[in-house]
Design a protein around this ligand. Structure first.
Ligand code: GLU
Length: 313
């Protein structure tokens, strides 16, 4: 049981029960055909508090496609590799545009607004790829994920990766567009191959909440645990998550939930309560911005009940 939050377990279970009963579940993504197979009724929630206590509710152990949540980890890796030089290839301002928008990219001469829209994440992946074969770069991303989650069993769902590779025409367009502006250093199809595969990493809420711990503890996996990144970098990644983690729904997420967070079209959200907890939620139905409908409502309820918004109770 959590000393700091004695009711954490019951709050998490209550919310999982409440969410299971709600009829409004949003729409499961179908533009990547393999994602359409997700069970719209699934709901999972895991909170790992600052002392490492785990509170879980619903389908907390079922793996799902983390999709864009992987972008938090590729951003962390790329910053580790090339530091601030990354910002020559991608900005760090909210986009106010849909996740796969091409319009902004044309106006801004091929430099994506931030690392969490698709174009920005493709540019980040391209920097991880530089100097490597795609297979090596992908291996590095997967190993990093396994390390931060402390779980070597995490894998890539090859069916999801292949499904997106067959149908990801917008991402192919975005990558080629950036290539035309010399923003990508590697062949666009190599970069896209790595991108599609890291989006197809499958994790459960428990594994995802484990992976987020370094953003709770100023770059360390636990209060006195090993260091993944410097405190300053963890703080900045949290800032980008807060401003850009939910595409054109980022303002709404900050307004309602008040935590740094990153969503994926598989229906997952990783949210960070700095110094307090790493939280993963999953419900495959999405809202019109491509963010988990019930996931956001569950996080709003949780932060309200626990007073965890970074903006005050
Ligand atoms: N792989 C997805 C895409 O590029 C990620 C989008 C998301 O999760 O928001 O379309």
């Amino acid at each position: 049981m959590s000393d700091a939050f004695p009711h954490l377990e019951s709050v998490v279970k209550e919310i999982a029960d409440e969410m299971r009963q709600r009829p409004d579940r949003g729409e499961v993504a179908t533009y990547i055909p393999e994602l359409a197979r997700a069970d719209a009724k699934a709901f999972g929630l895991v909170v790992i508090d600052a002392d490492g206590n785990v509170a879980a509710g619903g389908d907390s152990e079922v793996p799902f496609s983390i999709q864009s949540i992987s972008k938090v980890f590729t951003l962390t890796l790329a910053l580790g590799k090339i530091g601030d030089r990354l910002w020559r290839h991608v900005g760090r301002e909210p986009s106010g545009s849909p996740f796969n928008s091409i319009v902004q990219l044309e106006n801004e001469r091929g430099i994506p607004r931030n690392p969490f829209i698709n174009a920005g994440a493709i540019a980040v992946t391209d920097q991880i790829l530089s100097g490597h074969q795609p297979r090596e770069a992908l291996g590095e991303i997967l190993r990093f994920m396994q390390f931060v989650a402390d779980d070597p069993s995490i894998t890539i769902d090859e069916a999801v990766a292949a499904s997106e590779q067959r149908t990801g025409f917008r991402n192919i367009a975005l990558a080629n567009y950036m290539k035309a502006f010399c923003v990508l250093d590697n062949p666009a199809d190599y970069t896209l191959g790595v991108y599609f595969h890291h989006c197809a990493i499958a994790m459960s809420c428990r594994q995802l909440a484990m992976a987020g711990r370094f953003l709770v503890h100023q770059g360390r996996v636990a209060k006195n645990g090993s260091s993944v990144v410097q405190a300053e970098r963890a703080r900045r990644i949290n800032a980008i998550m807060l401003m850009c983690g939910h595409y054109d729904g980022s303002g709404e997420f900050a307004y309602r939930v008040g935590l740094p967070g990153k969503s994926g079209v598989g229906g997952g959200i990783l949210a960070i309560a700095p110094g307090k907890a790493s939280i993963a939620v999953w419900s495959p139905g999405l809202d019109h911005s491509g963010n988990s409908h019930l996931g956001r409502i569950a996080l709003e309820t949780l932060t309200k009940r626990l007073g965890w918004s970074i903006f005050g109770a």
